[in-house]
Design a protein around this ligand. Structure first.
Ligand code: ADP
Ligand code: MG
Length: 705
């Protein structure tokens, strides 16, 4: 890169964000200081400060072309929601308008909450819900076809104070982690750190397909993934796509995407091709959990818009193409203090880093005790196609710690104390001019759902289309609980050294079953995990009950994250979401099969029948054509029968009351019916003349972007 380009990026970065620099420039010193106290120290925001900030924010946004503002929030629909308000205030007698935005409008919004899911928390006629400004996540101006809009990240709750969104519990969990981690640090004599934050970097996987192909597939349009489709002759088996050089069209997409994200202050950093053809990944630099969540939502939005502008469609679904690698979102998570200490940094000799060993074993305990909650946090309808399905990683939570840490843990468990850290872990290239460095604890383990990668954990179950708010909420709160339990014991201890030593040993021993460093994709692991008593929760429907167990209610209420009522309502919402989404998939299949695919097969049969007749009349051998005809006929019949069953069962399902029973029905009956319809149609796709097939194939979509 030449100097000019470097400057370009630096100048561009964050230019559409009301960030710290802008605030320092535009706010009176006193107001700026007050606001920082709220952002950094959690101090309550006073209305006068809000008033001044609102005025400055409005002026800044208008200079950037903004005509509207919106409270930008994440209701329980899985996407971000917004309602745009123009800055204009009522016209004056002279016929002109004023551009206005008050502190009140900044801190509080009132979208009609009745159409957002509340899981029975409120009746539809009780419409009041509030959005509240989250000043810890910076506001930004988004430019798109709708013009320029000032987006203000907000939390969303009901008139009666229940959280109706993803952000509120996340912020509560960050506070819990902060409090408990500070307690723990204090025990180790740390008097300097004032704040502890969960840091998150989410690697986002996605597929790109040509937009004109996409528009020919109703399944992609309505459900975001293919519900039919035979495997192409070439898939991902050659591994020639992973990290492969990036094609021009995709490169142009990545360039435009990066630029948009940089302007929005999202530090898009690493990009590469992924395992499947047409699949790619983008990772930003990690930041505070709350900001990382907002930025990930923004990244998904921008990806879709940029792709569309460039004649492509970005598929964020977890399994756009069955038989191909699915898309996830690796959630890298660590705990960092305001003065730069990463609690997950083992240092060079982890065996004598007592604080790290306590943190590590607390995390083992947390993951082991709440594996069900973590699993649930990664459950969505799309992820069911990727996790725990036949071709995908199993949905068992285990922790990969690597060789070095495993060795330390083993010493602790067997001898009671750890006296050495494996030295083989120093990377020596044999070249003097290349630096020696610590390797990651062992080789990488791509198959672990929860892997220690040097100074962070990487939670890999999360689906590509899902918000990372829930997984991080769970991580924060379960680790906060483990820290709290440890502190409860240690604060009372007469001899701290001895007590902490015993506690580390106890946690390592009690929770060693959750540690697994082997191949997480193997059959043997599934059996081994069962022997160890680890849960293997295969579907979203099976995952949901985890959030309403007594254990979960106790955990969440202990740290003020959720009440039992809030949890019960969330479970209801999830069951409803499951039935609704599977119903849409079923209806889409019915539509495609009955209006397009089966008619195509019938037309092809007709053409074949004519060919058979003609060949017979000409005295030629018609056996091939007639064999093909009978194969097509019998598969079409199989498809029609399956279609009939699916339609009938779906009608029954639609008539059921929302709730767990309905979701279970959709999982057990409808999904099986869908599979039974797909099978003959995918086989038909392989034998029907391509000219007659009414939609693009996997090959067309994956290799012709
Ligand atoms: P890896 O190759 O181990 O996946 P990368 O450096 O590519 O690691 O990082 C992947 C993601 O993890 C990036 O988003 C990165 O910013 C993030 N990350 C790196 N260090 C940390 C950390 N200490 N805490 C949280 N996220 C981190
Ligand atoms: Mg990674």
């Amino acid at each position: 890169m030449n100097e000019c380009e470097v400057k370009g990026v630096a100048e561009m970065f964050g230019e559409d964000v009301f960030n710290d620099t802008v605030m320092q420039e535009r706010l009176p010193k006193k107001v700026y200081k007050e606001l920082r106290k709220t952002i950094d120290g959690g101090k309550e925001l006073d209305p006068m400060t809000a008033e001044v900030v609102a005025e400055a924010m409005k002026d800044w946004a208008i200079e950037r072309g903004a005509t509207h503002y919106t409270h930008w929030f994440q209701p329980l629909t899985g996407i971000t929601a917004e309602k745009h308000e123009a800055f204009i205030s009522p016209t004056r007698p002279d016929g002109k308008i004023l551009m206005e935005f008050s502190g009140k409008e900044l801190i509080k919004g009132e979208p009609d909450a009745s159409s957002f899911p509340s899981g029975g928390l409120r009746a539809t006629f009780e419409a009041r819900g509030y959005t509240a400004w989250d000043c810890t996540s910076p506001a930004f101006v988004r430019h798109d076809a709708a013009g320029a809009i000032l987006c203000i990240p907000t939390a969303f709750c009901s008139y009666t104070g229940e959280a109706l969104d993803m952000k509120t519990p996340l912020l509560r969990s960050m506070e819990a982690l902060n409090n408990q981690a500070l307690r723990l640090l204090k025990l180790f004599g740390n008097t300097t750190s004032k704040k502890v934050t969960a840091s998150v970097g989410a690697e986002q996987e996605y597929f790109l397909v040509d937009r004109s192909q996409y528009l020919k597939r109703k399944d992609l349009i309505y459900t975001g993934h293919t519900l039919f489709g035979a495997m192409p002759p070439k898939g991902q088996e050659l591994n020639d796509q992973y990290f492969g050089s990036i094609r021009e069209k995709v490169g142009a997409f990545m360039k435009a995407l990066n630029e948009e994200l940089w302007k929005l202050g999202v530090s898009a950093k690493t990009q590469h091709n992924e395992v499947a053809p047409g699949q790619h990944e983008l990772a930003p630099i990690y930041t505070e959990a709350n900001i990382a969540v907002d930025q990930n939502q923004l990244m998904m939005e921008v990806m879709k818009k940029v792709a569309e502008r460039q004649g492509m469609t970005c598929l964020l679904h977890e399994k756009p193409f069955s038989g191909m690698n699915g898309s996830g979102k690796h959630n890298n998570w660590s705990i960092v203090t305001d003065d730069g200490i990463n609690l997950l940094d083992p240092g060079k000799t982890p065996h004598d880093n007592v604080q790290f060993l306590l943190v590590l074993t607390c995390i083992l305990k947390a993951v082991d005790e709440h594996a069900d909650l973590l699993r649930e946090s990664a459950a969505d309808v799309g992820n069911d196609y990727r996790l725990g399905a036949n071709e995908a990683p199993p949905a068992i939570l285990s922790v990969f710690v690597g060789e070095q840490l495993q060795d330390v843990l083993t010493q602790l468990i067997t001898t009671g104390s750890a006296t050495s850290s494996k030295q083989g872990e120093i990377m020596n290239t044999g070249v003097k001019t290349l630096p020696d460095f610590m390797k990651d604890a062992t080789d990488r383990n791509r198959t672990s759902p929860f892997a220690f990668t040097g100074n962070k954990f990487e939670f890999r179950m999360v689906g590509s289309s899902d918000s990372i708010a829930a997984p991080n909420t769970v991580l924060n709160v379960i680790v906060a609980e483990a820290f709290a339990d440890a502190c409860d014991t240690l604060e009372k201890a007469g001899n701290f050294e001895e007590a902490v030593h015993d506690l580390i040993k106890k946690y390592a021993t009690d929770h060693q079953r959750v540690v697994f460093n082997g191949n997480g994709y193997s059959e043997e692991w599934v059996a081994e995990a069962e022997r160890r008593g680890l849960p293997n929760i295969k579907s979203m429907v099976d995952a949901i009950p985890a959030i309403v167990t007594d254990k979960a209610v106790e955990l969440y209420s202990r740290f003020g994250i959720f009440t039992r009522t809030e949890l019960e309502s969330r479970a209801e919402i999830k069951y409803e979401e499951y039935s609704k989404e599977v119903n849409i998939e079923a209806m889409t299949m019915i539509d495609m099969a009955s209006k397009s695919l089966i008619p195509a097969c019938v037309r092809y049969s007709h053409a074949l029948a004519k060919t058979v007749l003609a060949l017979k009349e000409a005295g030629a051998d018609s056996s091939v054509a007639s064999d093909l005809l009978s194969e097509v006929t019998s598969l079409t019949k199989e498809a029609r029968d399956a279609l009939g069953r699916l339609s009938e069962d779906d009608e029954k399902g639609s008539a059921m009351e929302d709730g767990r029973e309905k979701a279970v029905y959709y999982h057990d009956v409808i999904k099986a019916d869908m599979a039974a319809l797909r099978a003959p149609i995918d086989r038909l796709e392989m034998i029907v003349d391509k000219e007659c097939w009414p939609m693009p194939s996997y090959g067309d979509m994956l290799f012709e972007v």
